[in-house]
Design a protein around this ligand. Structure first.
Ligand code: BGC
Length: 475
């Protein structure tokens, strides 16, 4: 069950991340919806300033509108799920998502494209709100990291599938391949929408077990009275800081520059066929996530974060230097094949580092450190910050590349220095700690102990069940 939940939620998110980059580099799509970008690209195809050729506000809005919608949806997801029940909110999310796929696949103007992306975003907001928390809660302690990382693994698989599909559809004569790319997002959405209501007809024993779980979860969640108020209490400061900082930093690694714009970057670097290069990068993304799946519960979160941070930093500096050395300030250059290949290899090293650190841990750590009574609010904050930053990076990258040029890569490198220091100083190890004992990790931490040991628990609620989970409530 856990695997299925992770699978559909992750696939949907990953497919949406992966599909837009390829589609926005397809000529029939560009010439139809973004003719000015198409013209600029054609003009600078042989020479001219390469840094600015894709800079278009409307084109960026197509990619990033999904994330704004997901941000807003994530803030409502916790309320809707409580009011309407899990089943109906998943169903509603699935239907919204299907409507988005239909609009996108059938689009005849930019408005339909963007509205479609907005509807997809609502589905993503709902899924990312519930999936990571569900996985952390139900996993046996010793496998919590592994199972939760299954979500990220399915994200990377979704990205890979999306790119393979783009690879095929780009070749369709007649130029309507992009419709297929966008429309096929309906497949995982249909699975969620259809599979959920169908469960009512299953064998009694199955339903009874699930029903027991729901009753237990209901009892436990009665302790959750004011999650939005409580999370601001001083004793939850470490968790609140993690709920904001971890997704913020995850996006400041710059990963979505690669995920959204790598085909564009490869074109900038002078590669002809970009799809196969992109496949290489995102295959690395998937395979390296497996490393995290199998080591996170043994070596722990901190080792992966710190090693990943150093690796990402080195690769960012190298990419900036390679692009800067060739294109300089003017953005005009012809790149020898070997040089371009070296740049792609360095990008793979970068993605590799992200895929076993900030990628999976960016979802795992916030979901596992949150005590029950503030968990819904905590996860909403994490998803909202993640989506906000994804939006900001997607929106800012092309204009920033056009203005900051290769220095942009050093900007991301500087962010990685800050976040790696943050982990070293402020994140306690959570490997192998039962979710209901998580409070202990802050009590002994050199910095956070002053917040959690101050004893401002005088409002008297929630202390005993603070770290409870569904399984605990049953006992
Ligand atoms: C991030 C996404 C990113 C993906 C790449 C996820 O953890 O949240 O923004 O595109 O990893 O694999």
């Amino acid at each position: 069950m856990a695997c299925m939940v992770a699978a559909t939620g992750g696939l949907i998110f990953g497919y949406d991340i992966g599909i837009s980059g390829g589609v926005t580099s397809m000529d029939p799509f560009l010439s139809r919806f973004f003719p000015s970008v198409y013209r600029k690209q054609a003009e600078s195809a042989d020479g001219g300033n390469q840094y600015c050729k894709f800079d278009s506000e409307l084109l960026t809005l197509f990619t990033s509108s999904l994330y704004v919608a997901a941000l807003v949806a994530s803030l409502f997801a916790a309320f809707v799920t409580r009011a309407a029940g899990r089943k109906w909110s998943m169903f509603a999310g699935g239907v919204t998502f299907l409507a988005g796929c239909a609009l996108n696949g059938a689009a005849v103007n930019v408005a339909m494209l963007i509205l479609g992306r907005v509807l997809l975003g609502v589905g993503v907001g709902f899924a990312n709100q519930s999936v990571p928390v569900y996985l952390s809660e139900m996993a046996p302690m010793r496998m919590r990291g592994m199972l939760n990382n299954g979500f990220q693994l399915m994200i990377t698989l979704g990205i890979l599938i999306a790119n393979l599909i783009n690879y095929g559809t780009a070749k369709i004569a007649g130029g309507w391949g992009w419709r297929l790319s966008l429309g096929l997002a309906a497949v995982p959405a249909a699975i969620i929408t259809v599979a959920r209501p169908a469960r009512g007809g299953e064998a009694d024993a199955d339903v009874a077990a699930e029903y027991d779980d729901l009753v237990a979860a209901g009892e436990a969640s009665r302790a959750v009275t004011h999650p939005w108020r409580d999370i601001r209490l001083r004793r939850y400061r470490p968790q609140l800081v993690m709920a904001v900082a971890i997704p913020l930093f995850q996006q400041l690694t710059g990963i979505n520059v690669i995920m959204f714009y790598a085909p564009v970057l490869f074109k900038t670097l002078g590669f002809g066929g970009t799809a196969s290069l992109m496949s290489a990068v995102i295959t690395v993304n998937l395979v390296s996530t497996l490393v995290s799946v199998f080591t996170v519960d043994r070596v722990g979160r901190r080792v992966l974060f710190l090693e990943g941070g150093v690796q990402i930093l080195a690769a960012q500096v190298a990419v900036g230097a390679l692009i800067g050395a060739k294109f300089g300030w003017s953005g005009v250059a012809t790149v020898p094949a070997g040089y371009a290949a070296a740049t792609v290899v360095v990008m793979c090293v970068y993605v590799d580092g992200f895929a076993w650190s900030w990628g999976p841990l960016g979802w795992l750590v916030p979901s596992e450190v949150m005590p029950l009574e503030v968990r819904p609010a905590g996860q909403s904050i994490t998803v909202a910050v993640n989506m906000l930053m994804t939006f900001a990076v997607a929106q800012a990258f092309l204009p920033m590349l056009c203005r900051l040029k290769f220095v942009l890569f050093f900007f991301f490198a500087a962010c990685v220095v800050v976040m790696t220091l943050f982990i070293a100083l402020f994140l306690p190890e959570t490997k192998g700690v039962p979710i209901e004992d998580m409070a202990g990790v802050w009590k002994t931490h050199w910095y956070w102990k002053r917040f959690v040991n101050d004893g401002d628990d005088t409002d008297g609620h929630g202390v005993d069940i603070e770290m409870g989970c569904v399984g605990e409530a049953k006992k």
